[in-house]
Structures are given as structure tokens and as C-alpha cells.
Design a protein around this ligand. Structure first.
Ligand code: 4AD
Ligand code: MG
Length: 501
């Protein structure tokens, strides 16, 4: 039997020892009589030094022939070296070329996002996706730990269903033995049945929305975590959502520092994710949106962006003047910076185009409407941490929501909005408990009552107050990692125009 190799993340346990690493060549530098092989094995990167005088001919040749992403086995001695990534270096004694890679399509130069997405199966090996998806894993584990420690049972809802949950406009319909079936939009209704059986449960599964719009915030397939609790009212529900978010962010800050650093994530806004999150009633949110204060904030944002634009253009101009006389390394730095500046300028240009519309939308926001993405963003500018908006107009919310006993126009829904423009990461609320009310709601929403009959049983046999919510995993990952688009928050994104790889 083969032995497991030593993993790069465990090199600190092997200082001074001889280890065998297996992985892929990330990068290579050559100097006279020396190769520096940067090896990656999925757990990290390490520099392996191959000195011609110290190795046999076969090893020297393997190091010489190894191309980017060739598979390698490296045996050598582990040395502490503060200056290296990960803090260690391996002085190689033997290198075996397990597979020599053809010309690798993803080179250290800048590629466009479409190119990278078309090569997502390979792009996963690069630093940014690697760090992002390791954080995703941390978040998943943090979520399980949070619920398991609080006595919740993880229960799976079906993926093939006969009913809509969140409205019929985003249903994926499939042919199910000559009947219509749908890919689930949410496990909630089945979650409610399981909560009546087990008390506190959470589902953790894939959900599907035929989102016709191409936005940075929508996938057609995404993962949702949906706790559902018997005997929880709206306030308890909001408290649970707050506790969960704080737990996730604190865990990532504690356990994934290195990954956040790879992403260049400014952690200051994450450090501020502490209880209590402001509770903002919908009515109040509308007032904030229409306020002079909001108009002023948008004005200030426009001014700041214009200033940044001017400064970046000046920097680019100065760099170009310097370029002629610059040394090679300096030229490389200027080139890299130029790419960065271009990207930022494009963002600024887009924002400057959109912001006047944001101001319009906020100023004229009509009571009764649902918030758009820009409204959510502007709203969160008023706070330094996530906020919980609650008590929405019933007309914009799903059929199953309980009405506010104080005001029948309102539903006891709640959304958690993340800061920094990330918008809604959680949607949920308290559920209606009255059978007659729900039957009327199903009718008014033009939903077929027969497929909800089993759901109505939950209101026939021991109907009790209960609540729950859905946390979008990719929205959470995108926010915590500081990603511009949800597509990078999942290994293989599914979008309206993307089904491969
Ligand atoms: O607000 P939503 O639609 O709520 C529900 O589905 C409820 N049934 C959940 C419940 O109460 N059990 O979706 C919940 C969350 C959103 O806040 C968002 O984070 C995420 O799911 N989400 C999406 N994420 C990615 N792409 C999409 N198209 C998403 N639609 C919703
Ligand atoms: Mg929602």
C-alpha cells in the first residue's frame, strides 16, 4: 500500500525531517545551478529548492522538464524560512516527474473572467478560488456546528417537488413520468413538517431558481440553509439569525486568516459584525431611503468616486512617463498596476452611471414596494454592521407568512442585509398558523390547492407558532470573501448562460 504523502499545511510538524510531498508545479524559477519549484498540493504552497550539485542527474532533469501544473513527487528536508509562503522551504533530494503537463492555459498573466469561467475546472487550482472555497468550507462547518450545538437536527427536504414555495415565476419545471414536477426553490414547507416532528431542524441543500435576470447576486442553483423552529416567534427568529451570522463571521476571522489575506480582504468591516444588529421596521427603512440624509450620502459617494477616478488617471499618466526608463522588474510592477487601475476605473465608471438612478429610486420609493438591490445597498450605508429589516407589506411577501396582529397590511417577515453592498443574505419570518387564512392565501396567490393539502395538515393537527429562515450560502461566502460576483462563491456556478464546466 502507498503511504499518504506529507501535506504542505503540516510542514511545521516536520522541521529538520525528511518528507515526501506530492503535488503540482505552481511556478518555477531558475537560477545558475538551482531550480526553485513552487509546489502546491491543495493544502498550501511551498518552495522546493533543487541544487544541481546536491542531486543526481535524474532529479535535475525532472526539475528541468517540469512544466506548470506537472504532477511531482518531491522528497527533501524541511527548513524553517520566515520569508517563504507558509514559513517553510524544502531542500530537495529527489524529484520525480509523475506527469508532465501540456501547455497550461492559465498563465500568471491576467485573463478575462469569461476565459477563467470557461476553465473553471482548472481555475480552481489558482490562489483566489482556492482561498475562497476553503473559506466556503469553513462557513459550512461553522453552520453545522452552530445548529448542532443548539439542539437542531439536520433534516433533508426533497429536491423534486410538486409545489412552488417562493412564487411560480422562477420555477424550473421538469417532466416527471408524464407529470409536472419542479426543482425545489426552498426546503421550507417540508422543513415545517419536520419541525412539527422534531422541534428544531435545519435543512442544508441545493435550491433552484430560474432567475431570468443576470445580476451579480443571482445563481440558478445555490445552496440554502433553512432552520425551522416550533414555538419560535419573529423576535426569537431574528435573534437566531443574528447569532448565526456573528458565529459564522467570528469563526472565519479566527480560522481562515491566511485565506482572507490571500484574497486581500479588508477585515475591518468583518470585525464590526457584532451584536446587536439594528432591527429596522420596513416603514422606518422607507423613511430612511427617502431622507435627505440618503440623498446626501449618494452625492458624497459620487464625489468620492470622481476624486478617486482623477487620482487613478493621474497615477496611470505618471507610470507611463516613468515606463521608458524603468528596469524590467519595475516595468512588470507598472504593467500589473495598470491592469488593476483599469479594472477599478471600469467599476467606478459603472457606479457613476448607476448612482443617479439609485438616488431617484431611493427618493421616490413608494410604500408597498419591495426593495431593489440598490435600495438595500443604500439602506445599509446608514449602519456599520448587518441590519435586520422586518414587517414588510404582505403583498410583496410569500403566501405562508403570518400577518402582523398590530397591522393587517404587514407580514411578519424579516431579511438580514449584509453591509458593503452585499444586500439580502437571509430571508424568513414567522409562519401563518391558521388553516382558513392559509387556504385563502393559496387561492389569492393562484396556487393549486391540491398540492398543498399535506402542508395544510400541519395546521389541522396541533398547529403552533413557528418560524424559520433561509440563509443563502453563496451570498454569505461572497460577502465574507469580498467577491464582486456570486459566481466565484461556488465551485461550479450555474447561471442563465452557463451550464459548463
Ligand atoms: O428570501 P428567499 O427567497 O426565502 C426563501 O426561500 C424562504 N422560503 C426561506 C425560509 O424562510 N426558509 O431566499 C432565502 C435566501 C436569500 O436571502 C438569499 O440569500 C438566497 O436565499 N437566495 C439566492 N442566492 C443565490 N441566488 C439566488 N437566485 C437566490 N435567491 C435567494
Ligand atoms: Mg428574500
Amino acid at each position: 500500500m502507498e503511504r499518504e504523502p506529507t501535506y504542505i499545511e503540516h510542514l511545521n510538524r516536520h522541521e529538520g525531517e525528511t518528507v515526501t510531498l506530492k503535488g503540482w508545479l505552481y511556478n518555477k524559477r531558475a537560477s545558475k545551478g538551482i531550480f526553485f519549484l513552487i509546489l502546491r498540493d491543495g493544502t498550501g504552497l511551498v518552495q522546493c529548492v533543487v541544487t544541481q550539485d546536491a542531486v543526481d542527474e535524474a532529479t535535475w532533469q525532472a526539475a528541468d522538464e517540469a512544466t506548470q501544473e506537472s504532477a511531482l513527487e518531491v522528497t527533501g528536508t524541511v527548513r524553517r524560512d520566515e520569508r517563504q509562503v507558509g514559513g517553510y522551504e524544502v531542500q530537495a533530494t529527489t524529484v520525480r516527474l509523475l506527469h508532465r503537463a501540456e501547455d497550461y492555459p492559465i498563465t500568471p498573466k491576467e485573463h478575462g473572467i469569461e476565459f477563467l469561467m470557461n476553465h473553471r475546472h482548472l481555475w480552481l487550482r489558482s490562489r483566489r478560488p482556492w482561498a475562497t472555497l476553503r473559506i466556503r468550507n469553513r462557513i459550512i462547518m461553522a453552520i453545522h456546528r452552530f445548529f448542532q450545538e443548539r439542539g437542531f437536527l439536520q433534516m433533508d427536504a426533497p429536491i423534486l417537488t410538486g409545489n412552488a414555495v417562493e412564487g411560480t415565476s422562477t420555477l424550473f419545471e421538469i417532466d416527471y413520468f408524464d407529470r409536472k414536477a419542479y426543482l425545489t426553490q426552498s426546503g421550507q414547507l417540508h422543513g415545517e413538517a419536520m419541525a412539527m416532528a422534531f422541534g428544531k431542524i435545519y435543512t442544508f441543500g441545493p435550491t433552484f431558481r430560474a432567475e431570468k435576470s443576470k445580476t451579480r447576486r443571482h445563481l440558478t442553483e445555490f445552496w440554502m440553509i433553512e432552520p425551522e423552529m416550533a414555538f419560535y416567534d419573529l423576535d426569537m427568529n431574528m435573534q437566531l439569525a443574528e447569532d448565526l451570522i456573528v458565529h459564522i463571521v467570528q469563526t472565519v476571522l479566527r480560522e481562515a486568516r491566511m485565506e482572507l489575506e490571500v484574497l486581500g480582504r479588508d477585515t475591518a468591516p468583518l470585525e464590526r459584525v457584532r451584536p446587536p444588529f439594528p432591527r429596522v421596521a420596513y416603514d422606518e427603512a422607507v423613511e430612511i431611503l427617502r431622507s435627505d440624509e440618503t440623498a446626501r450620502m449618494i452625492e458624497e459617494k459620487i464625489e468620492a468616486l470622481k476624486e478617486e477616478e482623477t487620482a487613478l488617471k493621474a497615477e496611470m499618466e505618471a507610470n507611463r512617463k516613468r515606463y521608458g526608463q524603468a528596469k524590467k522588474a519595475e516595468k512588470r510592477r507598472i504593467d500589473a498596476r495598470e491592469i488593476e487601475i483599469h479594472r477599478r476605473l471600469a467599476e467606478i465608471e459603472e457606479d457613476l452611471r448607476n448612482l443617479p438612478q439609485w438616488a431617484e429610486s431611493a427618493r421616490n420609493f413608494a410604500w408597498g414596494n419591495d426593495f431593489g438591490g440598490s435600495d438595500e445597498t443604500v439602506l445599509t450605508w446608514h449602519f456599520d454592521r448587518p441590519i435586520i429589516v422586518h414587517r414588510f407589506p404582505a403583498a410583496v411577501k410569500a403566501f405562508y407568512m403570518k400577518r402582523d396582529p398590530e397591522d393587517d397590511r404587514l407580514a411578519l417577515g424579516m431579511d438580514v442585509l449584509a453591509p458593503e453592498g452585499y444586500g439580502e443574505i437571509i430571508g424568513g419570518g414567522e409562519r401563518a398558523t391558521d388553516l382558513a387564512f392559509l387556504e385563502r392565501q393559496v387561492q389569492e396567490h393562484n396556487l393549486p390547492p391540491e398540492v398543498f393539502d399535506w402542508y395544510f395538515d400541519l395546521r389541522r393537527y396541533g398547529s403552533v407558532p413557528h418560524s424559520g429562515f433561509g440563509l443563502g450560502l453563496e451570498r454569505t461566502v461572497a460577502w465574507i470573501c469580498g467577491l464582486a460576483h456570486l459566481r466565484e462563491a461556488i465551485p461550479f456556478p450555474r447561471l442563465i448562460d452557463r451550464l459548463t464546466p
